[in-house]
Write a protein that binds this ligand. Structure first.
Ligand code: 5GP
Length: 184
């Protein structure tokens, strides 16, 4: 059985950016593509960044047991990891990376306790706020909601197997790459 690595961390810590940098280092690495009810942001492609599906479809898949984990994130949209593609890769002996929120990470721990849980931490809280405001993709109300979630998420750091500080994107991506290839 090969490695399932779960990457979580507070909103706007730069998970997406670190994962993109990881992709450059490891072009063949399988990154799970989540399903979400959130509408696409400009530039996001269906089936690449997410599977963008509607609420009815999402609920049907919950009922059908298709999700390894799923959660309502920031109190609004549902996000979930489809079980099939993950199991397929792991059974072929390939490492898999899930980039999910904390609620999802807790569910994976229940069903796959041998997975390796990595927390991506900001260098500081102020830096996290700067990144969230700087991204400019959310309105004021959404930013507040996400900051509230981030405060709770930061408090969960101790639960993880490992913490990687996102001081520079390249360094954090290299550290994550190392984690994916460590033997269990
Ligand atoms: P965004 O809307 O910015 O793409 O993502 C919002 C949050 O949803 C992020 O914290 C991200 O980690 C989380 N997320 C993305 N995909 C999944 C998933 O499949 N499951 C869970 N539980 N959270 C996810």
């Amino acid at each position: 059985m090969s490695r399932l690595v779960v990457l979580a961390g507070p909103t706007a810590v730069g998970k997406g950016t670190v994962v993109r940098a990881l992709r450059e280092i490891e072009p063949t690495l399988y990154l799970s593509v989540s399903a979400t009810t959130r509408p696409p942001r400009p530039g996001e492609v269906d089936g690449v960044h997410y599977h963008f599906i509607d609420r009815d479809d999402f609920d049907r898949r919950i009922e059908a047991g298709e999700f390894l984990e799923w959660a309502t994130v920031h109190g609004t949209n549902k996000y979930g990891t489809l079980r099939g593609p993950v199991d397929e890769r792991l059974s072929r002996g390939e490492p898999v990376l899930l980039e999910i929120d904390l609620q999802g990470a807790r569910q994976v721990k229940e069903t796959m306790p041998d997975a390796h849980f990595v927390f991506l931490a900001p260098p500081s809280w102020d830096e996290l706020v700067n990144r969230l405001v700087g991204r400019g993709t959310e309105d004021e109300a959404e930013r507040e909601r996400r900051l509230a979630t981030a405060r709770e998420e930061l408090a969960a750091e101790g639960w993880f197997d490992q913490v990687i500080v996102n001081d520079t994107v390249e360094r954090a991506a290299r550290e994550l790459s190392g984690v994916l290839h460590e033997s269990r």
